[in-house]
Design a protein around this ligand. Structure first.
Ligand SMILES: [Zn+2]
Ligand SMILES: [Zn+2]
Length: 268
């Protein structure tokens, strides 16, 4: 089994209580070659209205401590960096530090709109907010230099489902989605199929739509990740998603070690 869950939160993220060791133990138990930890780093996070940054010295010390205890599985030090245009310099400085094995670039909010909550969609209208989100992605893809994976491209739709119990279609956003995927392809970055979005919406609609569009544009770099905040969701829904991806014509997926992309074949 070659599974690489490259979106994993521990209690170094303020929205997770899980200790890092539990993921490492699980990965060892499953005989995995790697376990990637990707905690949140957000300047002025919408959910707490303050910087949500973990202490790098503490983070790397914990990884080093666990690596000594569990040498069988390599622990990868990743980060999920929240993009906001007000902090481009700070973000580029943090990501340019050469500390990380992999970098997920995610959009969670902009100054007055946190895409997690219901209010922006109600106040500004769904299409406006989703368009703002996609435009912000497009901006982040070019203004941030050091990153590997675009995180949860369908994040707004996970929020929308939670708030309205409805699958909102992607068709109105086709032109901007094409631009985003073309930019990812041009820059040779990857994007992530986030199994948390699939589990929240209980639908494969978003994955199918996005994968078909991406493949039609010639894309090859897909990462599957759980975005788990506790160990019970580590590698969650991977088997189902792998089966689905095979039917859609995806033959291999990517993972990152030391900022280098590697492909692995979809297996049964
Ligand atoms: Zn995120
Ligand atoms: Zn995350």
């Amino acid at each position: 089994m070659r599974y690489h869950d490259q979106h994993v939160h521990t209690n170094f993220s303020s929205d997770s209580k899980e200790i890092m060791e539990n993921y490492v133990k699980k990965a060892v138990e499953l005989g995995l070659e790697y376990v990637a930890i990707t905690d949140h780093a957000d300047f002025m996070a919408g959910w707490t209205k303050k910087d949500e940054l973990f202490s790098c010295p503490d983070y790397f010390a914990e990884i080093k401590r666990l690596q000594a205890l569990y040498p069988q599985t390599k622990i990868l030090a990743g980060i999920e960096m929240g993009y906001r245009k007000e902090y481009i310099d700070e973000i580029n400085q943090l990501l340019g530090s050469n500390l990380f094995d992999l970098i997920i670039l995610s959009i969670h909010e902009q100054a007055d709109q946190d895409y997690f909550y219901k209010e922006p969609y109600e106040i500004l209208g769904i299409e406006t907010v989703v368009n703002n989100y996609f435009n912000q992605i497009l901006e982040g893809l070019t203004t941030i230099k050091e990153y590997d994976i675009l995180g949860h491209i369908d994040y707004c739709f996970r929020s929308l489902f939670r708030h309205f119990q409805q699958i909102f279609p992607l068709d109105p956003y086709l032109p901007i989605l094409e631009k985003i995927f073309k930019k990812i392809i041009e820059l040779d970055k990857s994007w992530e199929i986030n199994t948390s979005v699939y589990e929240t919406t209980k639908s494969t609609y978003y994955i199918e739509f996005l994968v078909k569009l991406y493949l039609s544009l010639g894309g090859k770099n897909i990462v599957v990740a759980s975005d788990c905040h506790d160990v019970s969701r580590f590698l969650s829904s991977f088997s189902e998603i792998f089966q689905l991806l095979k039917t859609l014509g995806v033959k291999e997926l990517c993972f990152y070690v030391n900022r280098k992309k590697t492909y692995y074949k979809l297996e049964n």
